[in-house]
Ligand binder design. Structure first.
Ligand code: GDP
Ligand code: MG
Length: 441
């Protein structure tokens, strides 16, 4: 018998693919969300095209409605792109590991140098900060302060020796690191306000002088669309291996992350979220995807819906669908509790195509009502629960007394149950339930 049930269920499930109309409508929204998040237009176009393609091949989900399903694909895809090749810092086989920072002035390089040094120190490395920004009068001083706060050493030209040569300083710092047993060297470089050939040339010279294991491009998440041109210029002028996104504590939606990743193909490795040393973390693609889509609540709900309505429960429910008569009050209660676990019901009603048959009943129920329903069903004998037809007037009175509710409430519950059971039966006969994927609409 159960084999037959399983095949009924799988035919229900395999019937539908997402319709083009559903996909197009949702992708229009996604496109707007991405543009509002400051993702560059060509990137948006590519991305949405890619998502559409994937969504067309996707089977209709049991737990999500079509729009939610497309949002989920978008989210998954974003996470994959943002984190596909996330990797740890590459440490040199023979120390010191050399990390060079590049980026526009104000991007947050010097701040990041301190954060990275502290982070590495906490992992038992012995970093050396190197001041190669000799452009701005206070730059060296600023890095020294950072080093002191991070509790690490700094290498800088002696003050008062005139303007030093950053390439020279970089080269010497490596020897210094070797002598002083530093296993990581972090080179802070100068930036300009805009993209500038001289600056690029200097960064490239420093790069050639020290052959860094990692060049990290530091970019301010707040600069939005400009991130693309800046990233491209640094890619062409210096080249880099990874990206650090700064100022994520601001209100930028973080579209720069997707743009830079997409345009340069380089992974985002770290995120900076404030001026203090501890405002720093490895980059989390899932958080960033949620931020770019700005659909945090929806995404959380989708996750919850999926988790709750997992395959096992779906399969179990499928068994009950085969014959409406098999659907008992225990199942009814279990379904309600399943919904309950997902959080406040009102937020969730719209998310439950798989439970379409329950939606009307649930619409009238809030969490407190659910407790009463549970109390009523628990006041029934096992026999009554599995064979609700036997619940006559005197049984209803007893159940009402036992659960502390009125007989009318018991009556309402029993009526609602029989309605649900009828729908189950209809569904099992392949008539379909409105709103149920695979069913007729
Ligand atoms: P650099 O020119 O690339 O070296 O940039 P700085 O490290 O000097 O940073 C420029 C300014 O941005 C400073 O005022 C920093 O305190 C600030 N800053 C750096 N990173 C962050 C961040 O993640 N969040 C915030 N709110 N400010 C930051
Ligand atoms: Mg600086």
């Amino acid at each position: 018998l159960s084999d037959r049930l399983t095949s009924v269920f799988s035919s229900l499930r395999s019937k539908g693919r997402l319709s083009d109309a559903d996909i197009d409508a949702t992708c229009r929204e996604i496109r707007i969300a991405l543009l509002e998040a400051d993702v560059a237009l060509p990137v948006v176009k590519d991305f949405v095209a890619h998502v559409k393609e994937r969504a067309r091949g996707a089977e209709v989900s049991q737990a999500l409605n079509p729009a939610q399903q497309v949002v989920k694909i978008v989210n998954d895809e974003l996470i994959e792109i943002l984190g596909g090749e996330t990797r740890r810092l590459r440490l040199a086989k023979t120390p010191p590991t050399v990390i060079m920072l590049a980026g526009l002035q104000g991007a947050g390089k010097t701040t990041l140098a301190g954060k990275l040094a502290r982070w590495l120190r906490d992992q038992n490395h012995v970093p050396l900060l190197v001041a190669c920004d000799l452009q701005r009068p206070n730059a060296v001083q600023q890095l020294s302060v950072m080093a002191e706060r991070a509790g690490v050493a700094v290498y800088a030209p002696e003050p008062g020796n005139g303007v030093g040569d950053p390439v020279q300083v970089a080269r010497q710092s490596i020897d210094h690191a070797r002598r002083q047993q530093h296993d990581v060297v972090i080179i802070d470089t100068a930036g300009r306000l805009g993209i500038d050939q001289e600056l690029m040339a200097q960064a490239a010279d420093i790069r050639d002088a020290v052959s860094p294991d990692e060049v990290l491009f530091v970019v301010d998440a707040m600069i939005g669309q400009d991130a693309v041109t800046t990233a491209q210029a640094f890619m062409d002028g210096v080249g880099f291996d990874g990206v650090v996104l700064t100022k994520l504590d601001g209100d930028a939606r973080g579209g720069a992350a997707l743009s830079v990743r997409h345009i340069t193909g380089r992974p985002i490795m770290f995120a900076s979220t404030g001026e203090k040393l501890e405002d720093f973390d490895a980059f989390h693609p899932d958080r960033m995807a949620g931020r770019i889509l700005d659909m945090g609540d929806i995404l959380t709900l989708i996750e919850q819906a999926q988790r709750t309505f997992d395959e096992a429960e779906a399969a179990k429910m499928a068994g009950k669908l085969a014959s409406g008569d098999d659907f008992t009050l225990d199942d009814f209660l279990e379904q309600m509790m399943m919904v309950r676990r997902m959080g406040p019901i009102k937020n969730l009603l719209g998310m439950m195509p798989g439970m379409g048959q329950m939606r009307d009943q649930l619409n009238q129920v809030d969490d407190k009502d659910l407790d009463r329903v549970a109390a009523i069903i628990r006041s029934m004998t096992p026999g009554e629960r599995s064979e609700p037809k036997i619940i006559n007037g005197s049984r209803r009175a007893r159940i009402a007394r036992g659960s502390g509710v009125s007989v009318t409430e018991v009556n309402n519950l029993v009526t609602r149950f029989f309605e649900a059971q009828k729908m189950m039966k209809r569904m099992s006969q392949g008539i379909g339930i409105p709103g149920m994927p695979g069913g007729k609409r």
